[in-house]
Design a protein around this ligand. Structure first.
Ligand SMILES: C[S@@+](CC[C@H](N)C(=O)[O-])C[C@H]1O[C@@H](n2cnc3c(N)ncnc32)[C@H](O)[C@@H]1O
Length: 462
């Protein structure tokens, strides 16, 4: 580190800005946001046209020859044009100086910032690589919850109350650690500030010991298809109970010191029963842990997320749901198959191919056999022959296009396309074991050429 990072309180303070180009406008904007009063020294007042009404009311514009006078009351100065004379005069006045894009002339540099109200993250590169700082900023922007500033503001409002209730510093620190990462924080992030405040006030009476359970969709496998919220939560969790379907690339993103517990179900082999999963989630939450239940695809699409939510809430613990990209959407996109199309499919139905008691479920085959629609079948590899028979018996054309996508969105994705009458052979001949999704309907014949070209394991069978 070659520079000392610090945040200046500039509320109501004057800051000299020399220049009227894009950089000057950017700095004026930032200063106004920080509550400062920019004194803009210009040769012409054209800069005023580029400011908003509110900004115009907050700035003072003076001709550049009044620089010395302006420097008498300035806390900082920024030069945003090629003006060696102004730089020399600012130096002579002893006012800390920033010269845009000239780090060697700067007393201070202006970092790239992530601004969430009370929470500000500053990224500096000693003024050497502002573009790199901006790239880092974009990553941090993506990770910080949108309402984190509101949580910080709430903490600020309650500071006095907390100090009075918990005079001991260590007690206060423990309280804030719980409050700012636990249930109160989640309520604030969800926009329920009153609930968050009530939770914090209740926490002052002593730890309730209750964590939260997040039931999180991990998407179909490609880690880049995680939502930002899912990524944040798996990086904050104390314990993650995950399905077999969650890819190892995603499990690698879990915090290193968090516990990972596989509770996966392989086809026909339930390693941990559903009731046991509920008990585990509840027990961990009662220990005050941040619990993530990480599920393949979306938790509410053939994922038993609803049962887990009910069980957790029945135990008096808050459950939050984070959606994921369901495999039908992920697989279709990856294989370049539009699930609906104005000319070919006016509706999309997601069905399971596997009944609770085994075999195919009792679906409305006549409705599913109608033309002009897409049927996406989950868990249908083992029952594909029965599914094809039922649909053809109910009137769907045997030559309806189908696609089978195995390990969709992962590096070992296999896509096989053919006709409905050949569906069982497609699966058998190509050794498809699953997880795989079946797409039945005219759209399965509309592959995107770029997706087909990208896939190493592309097979067109009929
Ligand atoms: C128990 S369901 C879970 C579905 C999940 N909740 C979702 O929204 O995708 C499991 C089925 O999802 C489908 N599936 C999940 N991930 C898949 C993938 N990467 N490629 C193809 N199919 C997948 C398969 O049909 C698999 O049998």
């Amino acid at each position: 580190m070659r520079q000392f990072p610090a945040f200046f309180n500039l509320t109501g303070q004057r800051v000299v800005v020399v220049g009227s180009g894009d950089e000057a406008v950017r700095k004026v904007r930032l200063l106004v946001t920080a509550g400062a009063v920019p004194v803009i020294l210009v040769r012409s007042t054209v800069i005023l046209k580029r400011l908003t009404d509110t900004e115009r009311r907050r700035v003072i514009v003076q001709p550049v020859w009044r620089l010395d006078e302006a420097l008498k009351t300035a806390r900082l100065a920024i030069v945003a044009e090629d003006n060696p004379g102004a730089i020399a005069r600012i130096r002579a006045a002893g006012v800390p100086l920033n010269v845009v894009d000239r780090p060697e002339l700067c007393d201070f540099t202006v970092p790239s910032i992530v601004d969430r109200g009370e929470v500000v993250v500053a990224i500096g590169t000693d003024g050497n690589a502002p573009v790199l700082a901006k790239a880092i900023r974009a990553k941090i922007e993506a990770l910080l919850p949108r309402r984190i500033g509101e949580l910080a503001a709430l903490a600020g409002r309650l500071r006095g109350v907390v100090k009075a209730a918990l005079p001991d510093f260590a007690d206060r620190r423990r309280f804030w650690e719980r409050a700012l990462t636990g249930r109160a924080a989640e309520l604030a992030y969800a926009g329920d500030l009153a609930g968050a405040e009530a939770e914090m006030r209740a926490g002052l009476a002593g730890p309730g010991g209750e964590g939260v359970v997040h039931i999180v969709g991990a998407g179909p496998g490609d880690p880049e298809l995680l939502t930002l919220k899912a990524l944040r939560l798996i990086q904050e969790a104390d314990i993650v109970y995950h399905d077999r379907l969650v890819s190892s690339l995603i499990l690698d993103l879990i915090r290193r010191d968090a516990e990972r517990v596989p509770v996966g179900k392989a086809k026909g082999h339930h390693s941990v029963s559903q009731d046991e999963i509920h008990e585990l989630l509840i027990a961990s939450a009662r220990e005050g842990k941040r619990v993530v239940r990480l599920k393949g695809g979306d938790p509410f699409v053939f994922g038993r997320g609803g049962e887990e939510m009910d069980a957790v809430e029945a135990a008096g613990i808050a459950a939050f749901i984070v959606p994921g990209i369901s495999s039908a959407l992920g697989c279709a996109a990856s294989a370049g198959i539009p699930l609906t199309h104005r000319d070919h499919a006016q509706s999309l139905t997601l069905v399971t191919g596997h009944a609770k008691e085994g075999g195919v479920p009792d679906l409305d085959w006549t409705a599913l056999a109608k033309r002009g629609q897409t049927v996406a079948v989950y868990m249908g590899v083992g029952t594909a022959a029965m599914i094809a028979d039922r649909l053809i018996e109910a009137g769907r054309a045997p030559e309806t296009p189908v696609a089978v996508i195995e390990n969709g969105t992962l590096d070992n994705e296999v896509t096989v396309t053919g006709l409905l009458e050949n569906l069982p052979h497609l699966i058998e001949d190509h050794g498809i074991r699953g997880p795989a999704l079946l797409i039945i309907g005219e759209v399965a014949g509309l592959r995107s050429r770029s997706a087909a070209a990208l896939l190493p394991n592309e097979v067109v069978a009929a």
